[in-house]
Design a protein around this ligand. Structure first.
Ligand code: DHB
Ligand code: FE
Length: 266
């Protein structure tokens, strides 16, 4: 049975698709190229590769729906940590790791290890929130997430951390580096046809959850990274740009990042 929402969405989608075809005077050959691109995306997709999402991302659709979906949440508090797109490399099965543990098990020679730490707090009252979970994931310095790379152990550069009684979390990770999104499929083809580069600025993904608060899916971006103003998937927001600073007296890490996360009550 058709729900009212289904009717609303499909009516509008159909109208805009028809308007688009009329506006550019789309030909049969051009439409068929689009169909082939969709089919190619489907054929390429598997558990480790979400090509349909990548295609949406390079035309800014995921970033737009992220903004629409979480706009109300950020307006409500205007101080809560802003959201950013999930991207195609999340895994729901991150291992839980102890506070202060590392997520890097195949640390490359060219990597900079970072101690990342901070507090999860109520955005309004600044009350520390114990038992929040922080899912973190990032690519290695070769630009690959663990599931794209046979040379990384399972769940490398991924972890789930739980805040302690003071709302604090901490872990060692790698300073992120810029890298191209997968370029050998239809998303890459589109970028080539549009003379666009595939790079994303250096980022770390986070999902923060705690009962009674709006979930936050976000990314943080290195202030010194290239491509901050030219992200191939349009995810950068000013408030999500962070500064990694030198760390003294820690044999495990030469840099650190203090990052507090502000949650909006439901
Ligand atoms: C995309 C997002 C990422 O975080 C990433 O690492 C690669 C691709 C994307 O939105 O397509
Ligand atoms: Fe990413």
């Amino acid at each position: 049975k058709t729900s009212p929402r289904m009717r609303e969405v499909m009516t509008s989608l159909t109208r805009h698709l028809h308007d688009f075809a009329r506006e550019v005077e789309l030909t049969v050959d051009e439409w068929m190229e689009g169909v082939q691109l969709m089919n190619w995306a489907g054929q390429m997709s598997n558990e480790k590769r979400n090509e349909g999402q990548l295609v949406c991302d390079v035309v800014g659709l995921e970033s737009l729906v992220d903004e629409i979906t979480y706009k109300k949440a950020s307006e409500a508090t205007d101080v809560a940590t802003q959201s950013a797109i999930l991207g195609p490399f999340f895994r729901h099965d991150h291992p839980i790791r102890e506070k202060g543990a590392t997520i890097s098990f195949n640390t490359p020679k060219d990597a900079t290890v970072v101690y990342m730490y901070g507090k999860v707090m109520d955005a309004k009252t600044k009350k520390p929130l114990a038992n929040a979970t922080i899912d973190v994931w990032e690519a290695s310095t070769n630009g690959l997430y663990e599931q794209q790379d046979d040379n990384q152990v399972d769940s490398n550069l991924r972890g789930k951390f739980v805040t302690d009684e003071n709302g604090e979390y901490a872990f060692y990770c790698l300073r992120p580096t810029p890298y191209p999104i997968p370029y050998d499929g239809p998303a890459g083809k589109l970028l080539q046809l549009l003379d666009r580069h595939p790079y994303r600025p250096a980022h770390i993904h986070l999902i923060v959850l705690i009962q009674g608060y709006k979930p936050i899916t976000t990314q943080i971006f290195d202030k010194d990274s290239k491509y901050l103003d030219d992200d191939s998937v349009f995810a950068v927001k000013d408030s999500l740009i962070v500064e990694f600073v030198p760390r003294k007296g820690d044999s495990q890490a030469n840099f650190e990042l203090k990052y507090d996360i502000l949650m909006a009550p439901i």
